[in-house]
Design a protein around this ligand. Structure first.
Ligand code: ADP
Length: 460
């Protein structure tokens, strides 16, 4: 059954309260019942105690200690709540009885004769509470004194109480259920408002927020959480838009160059040398676009979490290999240095780490002049093992240090010096570093050079 939240709350609370009320009513009824019984039994006990020492059976005859008193006493008329008394012999035959019994007799129950405890019984249409005690003469049992009191009035009181409780029970539960449903409905009103507002927010009005509540209760926290989520989504969407527009801009430039070159080429017949020159230019534009597309693909791949699988990589061998490869490819010496001689194993994805180090080394080569050193260094610091890429190149100005990891960001000097690049390399590095649970820092001084450090966390 698909019940609403308020319905569920109201039902659950009502069910629990129903049990509690049932228990309380049961206790009330039980206490009243016991109190009533106790009061009657106390009367019966007083009565038996009073007569115990007044009545004797001697040789089958009743003797009264104070006959006049006995005759004067109660039991003569029918009072409102009379006490009935009857004296029986050992066989239960009636010997005397109080006048208020008129033509009736109390019944003798031999099995209850000794216990001296009262019990409830039916006498015809009436209910009685009766007590029996033996009458002893010189140590010998001579007969029994039966004392009884009507149980009609207490029974009426008890059944009235029971009817009242039974009537109250459903009434209380129904009103409780309705009240709880109303209050549950009231307390989820703010949630309804949140749902309504959240449903209205789409990509086109992602800047709108759920109105915050004044109280810092759960609803307030929920509102803050949803608003926080919306802000993060909005930021992500803005970054995405910025990225797409930057990417198209980056691709449009070489495409425009390519188109321009080709248009110039077909305008009239050219010499083979001119054709060759223009085709070379076109190929350069195509290379630039290919490089950008490859980097975009690399970035997309890191976003798909492909580089998540980790393995044990030995840093010294790994860095030595990369330094050699780059030295051969780039025609620049990449010097490998290590502060540690023992092998250092780190858990990471080798492909990702290769891409990180290659990107940093390529930048170090690109942004430094031919005669300077490019160093790939391994160190073991307090924070963990570190791979450093050090150059003595153009450096990065302090205000640009925070921007160089943004997609498509390039320092002005890099653009002006016509150093090829798309501004995607460090964005890829940052993504891979974050995915691998690593850290990257950069220290740089304009005109002096830069040091990029990739830090591997200590094993826990
Ligand atoms: P790209 O090199 O293709 O421009 P990157 O994302 O790799 O893109 O780098 C972004 C910018 O950061 C570069 O344009 C450059 O200005 C700066 N940069 C990166 N590495 C270095 C470095 N080693 N020395 C000086 N500047 C650097």
């Amino acid at each position: 059954m698909n019940l609403s939240y308020k319905e569920r709350i109201a039902r659950r609370l009502t069910a629990v309260t129903a049990l509690i009320i049932l228990l309380v009513f049961g206790i009330i009824y039980g206490v009243v019942y016991l109190t009533v019984i106790h009061a009657i039994d106390r009367d019966l006990k007083l009565e038996t105690d009073k007569h115990r020492n007044q009545i004797f059976l001697v040789d089958g005859e009743i003797r009264f200690a104070h006959k006049d008193e006995w005759e004067e006493q109660e039991h003569t008329q029918l009072q409102i709540n009379p006490i009935f008394i009857e004296i029986v012999d050992l066989e239960g035959n009636s010997m005397d009885r109080s006048p208020n019994l008129q033509n009736n007799h109390l019944s003798f129950y031999p099995d209850r004769a000794v216990s001296g405890e009262a019990w409830t019984l039916k006498a015809g249409s009436r209910e009685l509470r009766q007590m029996q005690i033996p009458l002893i003469n010189q140590g010998a049992k001579e007969g029994y004194l039966l004392v009884a009191k009507s149980f009609e009035d207490p029974r009426n009181t008890l059944s009235n109480l029971r009817s009242t409780l039974l009537l109250l029970y459903p009434l209380i539960l129904i009103s409780l259920f309705l009240t709880m449903r109303y209050h549950a409905d009231q307390s989820i009103q703010p949630i309804r408002r949140i749902i309504q507002k959240a449903n209205q927010i789409t990509q086109s009005n992602l800047n709108e927020r759920i109105p915050p509540t004044e109280l810092n209760d759960e609803i307030g926290q929920l509102t803050d959480s949803i608003n926080g989520l919306l802000s993060r989504l909005e930021q992500a969407l803005l970054r995405e838009k910025q990225f797409t527009s930057d990417a198209s801009h980056e691709l449009r430039t070489p495409l425009a160059v390519l188109r321009g070159t080709l248009e110039v080429l077909i305008r009239k017949m050219r010499t083979p040398a001119e054709y060759e020159g223009k085709i070379q230019e076109s190929l350069k534009s195509i290379d630039r676009m290919t490089a950008i597309i490859n980097q975009l693909l690399a970035l997309a791949r890191t976003e798909n979490g492909i580089s998540q699988i980790k393995e044990e990589v030995e840093l010294i061998t790994f860095c030595e290999e990369i330094a050699d490869e780059l030295t051969q490819q780039k025609d620049r010496k990449v010097r490998f240095e290590s502060e540690v001689s023992a092998p250092i194993f780190v858990p990471c994805n080798e492909k990702s780490l290769r891409m990180i180090v290659q990107n940093l080394l390529e930048n170090a080569i690109k942004y430094s002049s031919t005669g300077t050193d490019v160093i790939l260094k391994i160190a073991n610091q307090d924070a963990g093992a570190v791979i450093q890429v050090i150059d003595q190149g153009v450096g990065i100005s302090p205000e640009n240090l925070s921007k160089i990891f943004d997609p498509f960001y390039r320092q002005k000097s890099a653009v002006e010096s016509m150093i090829p690049g798309s501004g995607l390399g460090l964005a890829i590095v940052k993504k891979l570093v974050e995915e691998g649970g690593l850290k990257i820092t950069v220290e740089s001084a304009l005109g002096k050079g830069s040091t990029f450090s990739v830090i591997f966390p200590l094993r826990s």
